[in-house]
Design a protein around this ligand. Sequence first.
Ligand code: FES
Length: 252
Amino acid sequence: MKECNALVKDNRQVAQDTCLMTLACEFSPFTPGQFLMLRLTGTCEPFLRRPLAVLSYREGAVELLYKVIGRGTSLLAGTKKGEELSVLGPLGKGFSDPRPEEEAVYIAGGTGLPPILAMAERTGRGRLIIGARTKDDIPLWQRMQNIGDVEVTTTTEDGSLGIRGVATQALGDVLKTIQQPCMIYACGPAGMLKQAARLAQDFGARCEVSIEERMACGFGVCSACVVRTTTGNQRVCTQGPVFDASCIEWGQ
Ligand code: FES
């Protein structure tokens, strides 16, 4: 983990309430699922840093894809090229790679696309399922169509793009077609993760989930981000955000 100031190279809207920010920043190699804590420099507002999953890092440039859903991300969305942000990271534990014999299946919904897209781009193979309410909520559509040997399925609740329905329905359909061992990577709303974990169990697949939780410190000292697991409470920021789905206590 390191702290540095990073210059904004680009920050633009790429879908409804969604921005793609590129920061100039020397950074250690990251694993998809790891995140940065960001805050504006020269101001105390917002006081807490915001956690954002890393989308990519190459040649001194970090990409962050984020939904504008509150005061902190609204302020981030307003930053312009040449402005500076304070960056802490990379933080947390990322996804593990699929085994050579495994088919990789990635599923993202809500704000969960960045670590899932990062993982699909890292492996360059498998099936990618994107769920959204409507087509206007889906960013980087062209980019997703051009990831190596990755087949993309889209679901929208209003049927405006791809299959009408929710991503976990498509996950069940995709899993039925796969004959080999399977590794599922999931990030999105809790209900989606719980259903992905259940489907993994039903189909005998391994499954890792990236949990989205409110954070304050981002490095294990405040206990703001605790999740219940089969071995007790764990901190999402340091022991996650990626967990084996079978270890999470999903509740009713
Ligand atoms: S955010 Fe402080 S312990 Fe995780």
